[in-house]
Ligand binder design. Structure first.
Ligand SMILES: [Zn+2]
Length: 159
């Protein structure tokens, strides 16, 4: 495997929404649109310079992919979402980056804790030390139990 030249941005096909969320947690910009048509997927991936992840064999017969205009990686079927993530990271020699928003893939900006006081659920505010805001969708995130589980799984995967 060669060294990664860049941080690829991804476009997950209609079947790989779960993988998109995990890729974002691993720090990658991954787009996913529910029920998207293959032709639209290909077009948007080309326009936005994204690498397509797909488990759909026939998609790889499209000219735009065969000619290399759009890069794509086939993700074998029958894997768990974490298995898919592991496969993609290994195939493309990716490392864990700073997490992105799992909902939309936007970058996160860390807040001062007091800035989250009006918005965070009281219990989360009391228990969690770190808060972030997604710069794309505006969502508030914190290092609660859900995130700790996600982080743990990512570390296991990378280790
Ligand atoms: Zn977001």
């Amino acid at each position: 495997m060669t060294e990664p030249r860049e941080q690829p941005a991804f476009y997950c096909d209609a079947m790989l929404g779960g993988l998109a969320r995990w890729l974002r947690a691993a720090g990658y910009d991954a787009r996913y649109d529910y029920g998207i048509d293959d032709s639209v997927l290909l077009q948007r991936a080309r326009d936005e310079g994204r690498l397509i992840l797909s488990s759909d064999g026939p998609l790889f017969m499209r000219k735009i992919i065969k000619q290399g205009t759009v890069r794509a990686l086939f993700v074998p079927r029958g894997m768990s979402r974490l298995g898919q993530l592991h496969f993609v990271m290994k195939s493309l020699n990716l490392r864990l980056l700073r997490p992105r928003c799992m909902a939309c893939g936007g970058e996160l900006a860390e807040l001062q804790k007091h800035e989250a006081i009006d918005e965070a659920p009281p219990l989360a505010y009391k228990r969690c030390g770190r808060f972030w805001r997604c710069l794309r969708c505006g969502r508030l995130l914190w290092n609660g139990t859900h995130w700790k589980r996600v982080e743990q799984k990512l570390l296991e995967l990378a280790g």
